[in-house]
Design a protein around this ligand. Sequence first.
Ligand SMILES: NC(=O)c1ccc[n+]([C@@H]2O[C@H](COP(=O)([O-])OP(=O)(O)OC[C@H]3O[C@@H](n4cnc5c(N)ncnc54)[C@H](OP(=O)(O)O)[C@@H]3O)[C@@H](O)[C@H]2O)c1
Length: 295
Amino acid sequence: MKAIQVTNYGGPEVAGVQSVDAPIKNKGEVLVRVVASSVNPVDIKHMTPGTVQEIEQFPMILGWDIAGVVMAGDKDSTFQTGDRVLALHPQGSWQQVVSVQENQLLKLPDDIDFIHGASIPLGAVTALQALRKLKIKQGETLLVTGAMGLVGGYAIELAKQAKISVAGLVRNKEQKKICEDLFDVRMYVSDESLPAFDTVFDTAGILDRAEILQSKGRLVTVSDDKVSPEVEERALWTEHNFVRTSQEDLQTIIALFSKGKLHSRIEAVYSMNEIQEALKHASQNGNNGKTIIVF
Ligand SMILES: NC(=O)c1ccc[n+]([C@@H]2O[C@H](COP(=O)([O-])OP(=O)(O)OC[C@H]3O[C@@H](n4cnc5c(N)ncnc54)[C@H](OP(=O)(O)O)[C@@H]3O)[C@@H](O)[C@H]2O)c1
């Protein structure tokens, strides 16, 4: 079988398709034929030297999202051969077959295709879990930074579902227009002055603008950047949130997709042999959706 391996730190040129041994299925795992996965910022950070996401040993297989088909499960497994499934799988999704812990898997509803399915788990579960951390009360306001991104977009849709008064922050006027059309909420551009919000969900690493947070406001970030001392001083608390696998949260997310309450955006689809082009594309600023890899 084939896998995309990263052989060193570097740009897209360090990723390539190689033949590897098929994985061995352990008890409690399900063998999944991967149909599609996605490129997430964490994958690019892993490849980039000097980030917090270090690689312990090369060659390395990256990738966190899986949409695929069950090849084999345990006799008493909920998942049967041929089932369409979805997983948040940290990490090693960029290969044709993965042995996935059963408690990371979910059946992929018929109304979600593999390409869209592969765009969902990491981004949407991250948004759900980080938003929950803010414990937003009725009447409080929320600003989501990086609203044009996948996590930011999901956070805005989830906040709207919860009837939270939410606004977004984007990089430029072009993104502002796209996001206003997508989400129908107030959008601000990075270089304009903003009101202060009760809560901030940062996905863009904008952690030095104390004026956007009310005094004693709360801020959660999913970026790897440091919160500035000015923001720390103003806030009641700030927190870096890290996603964790949760079948229950993935189920909540998928139910919302099936009801049309959450939407995924696909920017580009590449075959595994085009991994270098896929990585180049995903690394560009201004993408309006996920870069998907088909296996
Ligand atoms: N902690 C965790 O567990 C966890 C889990 C998932 C993701 N993450 C992290 O969360 C972040 C967002 O993920 P994602 O998948 O949503 O990435 P994404 O789709 O690339 O979105 C990031 C968005 O932030 C925007 N942005 C960057 N700098 C900005 C600025 N100064 N002003 C306004 N907008 C700005 C980007 O715009 P441009 O495209 O124009 O640059 C992009 O639209 C990444 O850093 C990712 O690694 C963390």
